[in-house]
Design a protein. Structure first.
Lengths: 109, 115
C-alpha cells in the first residue's frame, strides 16, 4: 500500500517566521495535492501539483513537487495567525487519494 | 461557486442501527469518493465511484457499507449495524479530470456519533 508521510506532525511557529512542511510518499506518482483543514471543518483544496518540478504559490504558501525524490514541500513565508490549521498532502494513485498524516500548524504571536 | 453538499451535518445513532449519509456532488463531475476521519486521526479512503460503478474500495469498506446513486445525481453511503468505532467524520468528494490529474472537492462532512 502506498505510504504518505508528513513531517513534522506538529509545528508551532512564531508570526513572521518561515518554515517548510515535508511530504514523502512511497511509490511513483506525479499527482500530489495539498489540503487545509480547520478544526471540525472540511478539507479545503490548496494546491494541485501534476508534474515533476511543479511549483505553485498562493499568498504566503508555496508548494513544490519533486517526483524523482517522491517529495513535496509546503513552504510558509512570514507566517500569520490565520494560517493556523492542519495541512494534509495527498497522493493520487489509481482511483483514490492517499492522505498523509497531517501537520498541525499553530502560529503564535 | 459550486460545492459538494452533505447531509446531515451531524447524526447520532444507536449501536446496531443503520444510517444513511447523503451527498450532492458538483454537477458534471464524474469522480466520486467517500472518506472518513476519526477524530484527530488521518483521512481514510472508503470507496471511489466512476461511471455509476465502484472503481476502488478499501479494506474498511466491507459488507457493512454500501454506496448508491439513487436518482442519478445524489450519492448515499449506507452503514448497516453501526458500531462504536464507526464514529467519525464522513466526507464525500467529487472530482473532475484536469487532463493530468483529478481535482477533488470535499463536502463539509457528516459527523457520525454512534452511542
Amino acid at each position: 500500500e502506498l505510504k504518505v508521510e508528513q513531517n513534522p506532525l506538529f509545528l508551532s511557529m512564531q508570526e513572521g517566521k518561515n518554515y517548510t512542511i515535508y511530504c514523502n510518499y512511497s511509490t511513483t506518482s506525479d499527482r500530489l495535492y495539498w489540503y487545509r483543514q480547520d478544526p471540525g471543518k472540511s478539507l479545503e483544496s490548496l494546491f494541485v501539483l501534476l508534474s515533476n518540478g511543479a511549483v505553485k504559490q498562493e499568498g504566503r504558501l508555496m508548494a513544490s513537487l519533486d517526483t524523482k525524490a517522491r517529495l513535496s514541500t509546503l513552504h510558509i513565508t512570514a507566517a500569520v495567525h490565520d494560517l493556523s490549521a492542519t495541512y494534509f498532502c495527498a497522493v493520487e494513485s489509481g482511483n483514490q487519494f492517499y492522505f498523509g498524516t497531517g501537520t498541525s500548524l499553530t502560529v503564535i504571536p | 461557486e459550486p460545492e459538494v453538499t452533505q447531509t446531515p451535518s451531524h447524526q447520532v445513532t444507536q449501536m446496531g442501527q443503520e444510517v444513511i449519509l447523503r451527498c450532492v456532488p458538483i454537477s458534471n463531475h464524474l469522480y466520486f469518493y467517500w472518506y472518513r476521519q476519526i477524530l484527530g486521526q488521518k483521512v481514510e479512503f472508503l470507496v471511489s465511484f466512476y461511471n455509476n460503478e465502484i472503481s476502488e474500495k478499501s479494506e474498511i469498506f466491507d459488507d457493512q457499507f454500501s454506496v448508491e446513486r439513487p436518482d442519478g445525481s445524489n450519492f448515499t453511503l449506507k452503514i448497516r449495524s453501526t458500531k462504536l468505532e464507526d464514529s467519525a467524520m464522513y466526507f464525500c468528494a467529487s472530482g473532475s479530470w484536469t487532463g493530468m490529474g483529478t481535482e477533488a472537492f470535499f463536502g463539509q462532512g457528516t459527523r457520525l456519533t454512534v452511542v
